[in-house]
Every structure is written in C-alpha cells, then in structure tokens.
Design a protein. Structure first.
Length: 218
C-alpha cells in the first residue's frame, strides 16, 4: 500500500515544515476587496486553484451568473446564504466577487469552465459590483450610509447624486434606486455580509446572514 502522502499530496507549507497562521484560513471579504487579504484569497487564479466547487457553490454561482446574463429561469434576484460558522458563506461571496469583478478573465482558471458548462453559459457575464460588509463597515466621508457607499461603488458621484440628499437620513425608494441602476448599467450586483449580534439561540449558535443581490436596471 502506498503511503498516504503519495495519494494526497500535502500543501507546500506542510511539506516545507512551515508553521500555519490561523488567520490565513478565515476570509475577510472586505480585505479581498481592498486587496489587503493574503494572496491566496485576493488573487483570482490562486483563489480558484484552491477552491473546491461543491454542489452548493456551483448552484449558487450558476444562479448568479445566469441572472447576470439576463436569464431569469431557475434563478433568484436575491440569494440568502444561512449557515453556521464556517459553512462557506464568505468563500461563496469571494468566489462570486472574483467572477463578477473580473468579467471574462477567470474563464481560463481552474474550475470555471465546468461551472459555466453546468450553468449553460459560454462566458462569465461582466457587471458592476458593490460590496458591503456590515460587521466591518463604519461611516466615513463620502460613505455616510450603506446606501451611499453602495451607490458610489456602482456609479461614482453620479450614483450618489441619483439617490438624492434624503439618502443621508433614510433608505432610498424604488424611483431613486432605478436611477442609480440605470447609471450603473445593467446588470449590477451587490454582495453583503452581515453577522447577527446574538450569541446563541435555543438550538445553538445563531447563523450569520449573507446575501447576494442581482439587479437589472429598467
């Protein structure tokens, strides 16, 4: 019988006897967006090379990509990912971010072509993308509210103006949102990561809520 390490080759860090940094195994989506995350997460090629496309990841990514391609059958404009800690929510959002942000570039990377084939698509649709990570977000000049932050990411200063001055005090309505999405250009997407503050429920730890919204301008 062959030794196990010839059947399943250990990672380079293990083979070289290097110590592990636990922080490298927890993705922070805001760091990926800011390009401050470890290279294995911020570089799409390295990220997808180490990503196992499970059935759930293929299904979620396929729905988002089909929606961005203008297909509405068997898709949803909003996906809510609810799992326990470590269930893969942020990994899914990071995969979607790299796919959408880099347009067709990831198509040649590991695992992407089978994903496109299963989704019935020839290429990765390009789209405007905005990211909001609720548990790491703080108001700042130019991003006084979540809506203003998302609008600026999607369409710059013109996107913020489209929401109107009321967006500094309250969430915008559908009319102003339609203006924003028109400026952003169809389609647009938003990745949100919001962790619940409750420590536990009667059945155990409270799941954190993660969603991906795909919008099309009218």
């Amino acid at each position: 019988m062959d030794p196990w390490y010839r059947i399943a080759t250990p990672r380079k860090e293990v083979r070289e006897g290097r110590s592990f940094n636990p922080d490298e195994f927890a993705i922070a989506l805001e760091q990926v967006v800011a390009a401050t995350a470890p290279e294995d997460y911020r570089d799409p090629a390295k990220f997808f090379a180490r990503t196992c496309f499970t059935r759930a990841l293929r299904e979620h990514a396929g729905m988002v990509l089909r929606r961005l391609a203008g297909r509405t059958e068997n898709t949803a404009p909003v996906l809510a990912l609810i799992t326990q800690f470590g269930g893969g929510k942020t990994h899914t959002l990071t995969a979607l971010y790299h796919l959408v942000k880099h347009g067709g570039a990831p198509a040649d990377q590991q695992g992407i072509q089978p994903l496109l084939d299963s989704a019935g698509l020839e290429r990765v649709p390009a789209a405007a993308v905005a990211v909001f990570v609720g548990n790491s977000w703080d108001p700042s000049p130019g991003a006084e509210t979540p809506w203003i932050d998302l609008a600026r990411q999607l369409a710059g200063d013109a996107g913020v103006a489209a929401l109107g001055p009321e967006a500094r005090d309250r969430a915008p309505g559908t009319t102003n949102l339609a203006r924003l999405l028109t400026l952003a250009g169809p389609p647009s997407s938003c990745a949100t990561r919001c962790s619940t503050s409750s420590a536990a429920t009667a059945t155990g730890p409270t799941p954190s809520a993660t969603s991906w919204a795909t919008w099309s301008a009218p």
